[in-house]
Write a protein that binds this ligand. Sequence first.
Ligand SMILES: NC(=O)c1ccc[n+]([C@@H]2O[C@H](COP(=O)([O-])OP(=O)(O)OC[C@H]3O[C@@H](n4cnc5c(N)ncnc54)[C@H](OP(=O)(O)O)[C@@H]3O)[C@@H](O)[C@H]2O)c1
Length: 292
Amino acid sequence: MVGAAESKKIVKILVTGAAGQLGTDLVLAVQKSGHEVVATSHADLDITNKSQVDLVIGQANAQAIIHAAAWTAVDACESDPQKAMRVNRDGTANVVAAARKSGARVIYISTDYVFDGTKPTPYLESDLPNPKSVYGASKLAGERELDLTQDAVVRVSWVCGAHGANMVKTILRLASTSPTLTFVDDQIGSPTFTSDVAPVIVDFAVNQRIGIWHVTNQGFTSWFGFAQDVLIAAGLDPSRVLSTSTADLRPQRPAERPANSVLENSKMREGNLTLLDDYHTPLQRLVDQLLS
Ligand SMILES: NC(=O)c1ccc[n+]([C@@H]2O[C@H](COP(=O)([O-])OP(=O)(O)OC[C@H]3O[C@@H](n4cnc5c(N)ncnc54)[C@H](OP(=O)(O)O)[C@@H]3O)[C@@H](O)[C@H]2O)c1
């Protein structure tokens, strides 16, 4: 008799952007799942270099590609739209074309910033995107390079993890250097932790899920509320966080952010998939890890 472990089909998964915040935990999640990973960082694979993409993806001969590489500097994208499109749209086109040649499906990591934020309720996968920033437009253009009859788009939001820069680290740093911290209370979203979302993305790669999916931790808050949550998780006084509005921010930030970018995980609900925890749970874990 063949045991469950022996009969498990090992899937080979190539990860782009593997040294990034999410990419690092994606690689760990593939390893933990028992599948095989080919980790490619920016240094190993520049997605804007078509011949390199063809070579590396061709040689890897993976069944699935989790495409997490992107130019993610939201404000910098405003002043260089051509680079944003070159990396986030054309780089994705290169990855998809190479995947087609090698027979791999692609799971493209996208963003809440494809929406304009004017909807009063959480965004469904079927809602019409209308990005307000160059970054959002370039990520949406990337989405459109996928073939959703065989590929998947996974939109995540407000990503935080142990590796790389993110708002949890920024808030802890500010809290250690300033008596007060000021954050906007008119932009809301769902903080999403790489430790929680990475295993779900790997599961999507293994189980050949296709189409557009919203995958976030549950619960939502403003940046003001989130900064308070981080201070509470760190055992600090949350009244040190002051609120402001986007209109009153000085200096104004180059890129417009959606006021509401909460993503309803409706396809996961409909498919009876286990939703990610409320964001407070992984937040506490990450703060404990960062402060230990
Ligand atoms: N961070 C968020 O809040 C957020 C929210 C929604 C969606 N997302 C999406 O989630 C994914 C992962 O984001 P993240 O937070 O992990 O960002 P990240 O830490 O900036 O990771 C992105 C990685 O892509 C690499 N990269 C940039 N240009 C590249 C190129 N031409 N070729 C190959 N690699 C390249 C970067 O390398 P270098 O740093 O060396 O250039 C970096 O390691 C992205 O697709 C992003 O759009 C992020």
